[in-house]
Design a protein around this ligand. Structure first.
Ligand SMILES: [Zn+2]
Length: 286
């Protein structure tokens, strides 16, 4: 196996496109990694374990275990990372929470699957389309714009920036450093017009897939005039940028606005259990 990072990145990119092909995903849209794992017959389970990011168990029925205590976007990326260990046949792997120093020790398998996860979730075509459809340029989009694009891929703000700078090389490193200086509470405050501790997920008019994942307590920014008949999410306030809802109970909320439709899938905060059941509605008495 090569340890040259350019070769590893190319291998990761090629395999990510093959995997999309094999499971009938195009190269220009975000995907739900849990749905992909389901199609690939890899089970995904969340557990409330603070010590690790994720585990890949290469059993006769392969499975991925993720910490439910990590942020929603982090979990999705780690799932793609663990799925990388599966598709590259690395065998069972435990990814513990690492500090900076430990991360800097170069490990070719870890580099490979980390690059794979980036290309799988954020293919070049899909990233270009996400910016152009919003009439944004990568060189001067604001942190709020970048946050909205990251949300459209279900990944974190810094994850998208890292992928733009190091995976796709669409932006310069100093541009990435500048963007990283704006922290999430400030970005949320600028978008919402007030400070909040809650996580914010966004589906704007250019949201390219039919679903959006949220957890109970999260704020959900949807286009202006968005309406739902569901009681899983409740409207909070109207902004120029759209209508803010709060996710209040697990289940599916179909939302519509003029020329727009999305299903918001709400799961319990830090839900533990199988990923495929994460947004099952809870019945009374549970
Ligand atoms: Zn790993």
């Amino acid at each position: 196996m090569t340890t040259n990072t350019t070769d590893l990145a190319r291998e990761a990119l090629e395999r990510s496109l093959e995997v999309r092909d094999e499971h009938d995903y195009d190269y220009r849209s975000p995907l739900c990694v849990y749905e992909l794992c389901d199609k690939a017959r890899v089970s995904v389970r969340f557990v409330d374990d603070v010590s690790m990011e994720g585990v890949y168990a290469a059993l006769s029925k392969p499975s991925i275990i993720l910490s439910s205590l990590r942020p929603l976007t982090r979990r999705a990326f780690t799932c793609a990372h663990e799925f990388g260990h599966h598709v590259f046949g690395h065998g069972s792997t435990i990814d513990e929470l690492k500090d900076e120093a430990e991360r800097e020790v170069f490990n070719p398998e870890e580099f490979l699957v980390e690059a794979f996860a980036g290309y799988l979730l954020m293919p070049a075509q899909a990233v270009k389309r996400a910016f152009s459809s919003r009439q944004l340029r990568m060189d001067d989009a604001t942190p709020e714009d970048i946050y909205a694009v990251a949300s459209s891929f279900g990944v974190g703000y810094e994850t998208l920036i890292g992928h733009l700078a190091y995976g796709l090389r669409y932006i310069q490193r100093d541009r990435a450093e500048t963007l990283r200086k704006t922290k999430l509470p400030k970005i949320r405050e600028r978008i919402l017009g007030e400070r909040t501790q809650e996580h914010l997920v966004i589906a704007d008019r250019h949201h390219a897939i039919g679903t959006l994942d949220a957890e109970v307590g999260n704020l959900v920014l949807l286009p202006e005039g968005a309406e739902t008949e569901s009681d899983r999410i409740e409207p909070v306030k109207d902004l120029v940028a759209g209508r803010v809802f709060r996710a209040v109970r697990p289940g599916l909320a179909r939302v519509e606005a003029e020329g727009f439709g999305v299903i918001v899938r709400v799961s319990r905060m830090q839900y533990a259990g199988l990923a495929r059941y994460r947004h099952l509605e809870e019945t009374d008495g549970e």
